[in-house]
Design a binder for this molecule. Sequence first.
Ligand SMILES: NC(=O)c1ccc[n+]([C@@H]2O[C@H](COP(=O)([O-])OP(=O)(O)OC[C@H]3O[C@@H](n4cnc5c(N)ncnc54)[C@H](OP(=O)(O)O)[C@@H]3O)[C@@H](O)[C@H]2O)c1
Length: 247
Amino acid sequence: MNDLTGKLAFVTGSSRGIGRATGLKLAQLGAKVIFHGTQPGEKLLSAVAEAGNNAEYLTADFGNMDAVLALADTLKARALVPDILVLNASVQSYTGLANFDNAEFLRMFTTNVQSSCILLHELLPEMRKKNGGRVIFVGSINGIQPASRLAIYGSTKAALMNIAQTAALENAPYGLTVNTILPGVIETDRNAKALSDQAFADKLKEQIPMHRFGTSEECAELIAFLASDAAAYITGAEIPIAGGWQL
Ligand SMILES: NC(=O)c1ccc[n+]([C@@H]2O[C@H](COP(=O)([O-])OP(=O)(O)OC[C@H]3O[C@@H](n4cnc5c(N)ncnc54)[C@H](OP(=O)(O)O)[C@@H]3O)[C@@H](O)[C@H]2O)c1
């Protein structure tokens, strides 16, 4: 049921971390995968090489809406409109509300939220024509749970959840599903520095019912399931993958 042979997947932010593991998993299941990152280079080349199946990569800075539009134009012009769209790229910074920074607010909302809306606007009309399209958002537990200094990042993820639910509603008649995964603490580059503080990492693990962090590969397995025919009747779902941290 999880065979993705003949499917085309576009995974944003797949030069590393959860996105890379997802691209590799989808490729392993037979999909052709288009990887994405901000810059060309070794990270993307190695992902493409490891994936095989004619994988390729594209680059765009999602903080720049002209670049996002150009990326969508490239996908359409090259007949690379995906069957499976994984909206995973994001930026995150720790900003206390007392030190509110307008430029950082705009950077996070533009990169995390506006870019996804533009990609949906540009790609959904074509994706609807495909049989059983899939959109999978990579949200965050921070979208449903407050965390100190993460109000702005968390609110971008909360906004995406509303967008995903609306997209699920609007696209259900086309057999196109839209779901969101909500990772907890997943060991990636993003939090490597913070988690290298052993005392901090141990304290965090204590708060997580399963007392461990998650892996990119575990997130990729869930995304691959949501991308498959086995998940054809699941839409508008928000699924924590957080070792019970949301409880
Ligand atoms: N790790 C966690 O604990 C955790 C928890 C909850 C939710 N999440 C969510 O899971 C997703 C992946 O997280 P991760 O930890 O795998 O992230 P990561 O290791 O920091 O990788 C981020 C990816 O996004 C791309 N990216 C960064 N800035 C970008 C920009 N301005 N425009 C376009 N792409 C950009 C990066 O490309 P470059 O390599 O070119 O910079 C990279 O491919 C994110 O949406 C994150 O919010 C992660």
